[in-house]
Design a protein around this ligand. Structure first.
Ligand code: DX5
Ligand code: ZN
Length: 220
């Protein structure tokens, strides 16, 4: 099992000094920057849109991993692609046409992800898996940083991994929500290739120290 990739979510970073926080994360050795876009409809919270993605694009060369928690994401795919997103993940539950949305992301030349909520059967991934670059399994209900990892996510990761190995071994499994030093190893062993982490990486301690603690937890 190779090392897990880390994608810090800026949701819990100090947005007043976002550029600095991202540079700090990049210097600490994170792999991607995860951007949580929320519309107050699909999830009960509002964050930011393409304008902020564009601003982040200017301060880092790391892949920008954009997680769209918005209804009918197909309306904005071009905008996020133009803003500099490298990966665009749409929610299965947020569109009548997840297949069309994924195809559109690929036509735009970006890596395409599908995200699935904790209450959605895993079978939602199956028809799209051959076309996916990323399969994002929510391990909390989306909307807020700092929630507790749902224990049911572990068995779902195992099942998703088996499905991924069968249908598209190149697709990366991303786990998102409640990843910290107590849960990262369990999620990794169950099949996560990429760990999104918000509050465990962006908090009152330096990112490098937090990242080290997560990597250490993976060894245990
Ligand atoms: C939740 C978001 C996550 C979240 C992760 O809706 O998709 O990316 O910010 O934050 P933590 O790691 O604090 O659960
Ligand atoms: Zn996310």
């Amino acid at each position: 099992m190779g090392p897990v990739r880390f994608a810090p979510s800026i949701l819990t970073a100090d947005l007043a000094r976002l550029g600095e926080a991202i540079r700090e994360a990049e210097a600490a050795g994170v792999d991607w920057i995860h951007l949580d876009v929320m519309d107050g409809v699909f999830v009960p919270n509002l964050t930011f849109g393409p304008l902020l993605v564009e601003a982040v694009r200017r301060v880092t060369s790391l892949p920008l991993d954009v997680h769209l928690m918005i209804v009918k994401p197909e309306r904005y795919l071009e905008d996020f692609a133009q803003a500099g997103a490298d990966h665009i993940t749409v929610h299965f539950e947020a569109t009548y046409h997840p297949h069309r949305a994924v195809q559109k992301v690929k036509e735009l030349g970006k890596k395409a992800g599908l995200a699935v909520n904790p209450g959605t059967p895993l079978e939602a991934f199956e028809p799209l898996l051959p076309d996916l670059d990323l399969a994002l399994l929510m391990s909390v209900n989306p909307g807020f940083g700092g929630q507790r990892y749902l224990p049911t996510a572990t068995e779902r990761l195992r099942r998703l991994k088996a499905m991924r190995d069968r249908l598209n071994p190149a697709c990366l499994i991303v786990v998102d929500g409640g990843i910290n030093r107590d849960t990262v190893a369990e999620a990794r062993r169950a099949g996560a290739d990429v760990a999104v982490a918000g509050s465990a990486l962006f908090n009152d301690k330096p990112v490098a120290e937090n990242l080290k603690a997560l990597r250490l937890a993976l060894l245990g």
